[in-house]
Design a protein around this ligand. Sequence first.
Ligand code: PLP
Ligand code: MN
Length: 373
Amino acid sequence: MTDAPAYPGQPLSEVLTPALIVDLDALDHNLARMARLAKEAGVRLRPHGKMHKSADLARLQMAHGAVGLCCQKVSEAEAFARAGVTDLLVTNEVRGAARIARLTALAATGAHVGVCVDDPANVPELSSAITAAGATLDVYVERDIGQGRCGVTSTADVVTLARAIDAAPGLSFAGLQAYHGNAQHLPTHAERSAAIDAALPLVAEAVSALRDICLPPPQVTGAGSGTFPAEAASGLYTELQCGSYAVLDVDYARLLDANDSRYDATWRHAVFVLTEVMSVTRPGLAVLDAGHKAHAIDSGLPVIADRPDLRVTGASDEHTTVDDPASTLAVGDRLRLIPGHCDPTFNLHDWIVACRGDTVAELWPVTARGCQW
Ligand code: PLP
Ligand code: MN
């Protein structure tokens, strides 16, 4: 007996629900498309692994030419490395001796590890730990370009940090991270491009100041699925960190839908939560067996794929309610939910059921599920 919810060759109709389904044809399409767009723009692609947390999916992205993977947490990086994905950029600051010790120990295993800094005090902490571990770390200066989260807020601070990194034993100055999280979910393509256009002078100023001190940034990394066309075309960024493009979700489908015919029109939904109708006690209401422990609702409720006439009206822990005015649904009917937000949805599941058409092709563990630190 195994805890896996399905087996290769099994018809999808027999998979126990709720289950996290990835449509491999749609996934391949999205991975190939982003790989082609990055190549055409002359930039590298380092997709964000925090989205899917799956080493199997990461390997597919690398097969499509990704240079490595982004993670947000040290424990995520450890999980990916254990599963054989070993070129990892932690797109985040790592603070505290215990976390830094784990990061440097990971680099000492031979993994290629990068990390961001936004505080000069972090530089000697990383340097002494990585020296003691007998390894090297790639270190990026994080520049805040409008998100108001991590990252230094002036060119002078970028220069100070780059100098400190360059002078610190065991640390290699790897460049700049400039990620504009707030811009990703602005409603129109024009607003998203404008937000990046407003931020680009900050990146340009940092790059030019670094050139002036003979520390040109080897990489300028950032961008998400909502804005990457702007960063890719900027002539400044060398690497894209997009995550959600691989599978989409309700929010990203709405954002990317036909706003920009070159970049947006043909992404495909690749992730679904397969669910079953479990109760129809009154006319016009159907209750599904997947609640928000199976699909994340922080960005809004899911949409029902293939039945746009039906509307999800609410979700509790283990149930989702559907408005079905003509009472078309019966107990046992199966529906695929498009999650409101893909990243936290993957983190809710132990397994990804990877399908070709209506048949289970592979079972993938959610390798870095629950990795919090
Ligand atoms: N880079 C960083 C630093 C992020 O925090 C994220 C997501 O929040 C991404 C890239 C990927 O963004 P998206 O899933 O919107 O493509
Ligand atoms: Mn997200």
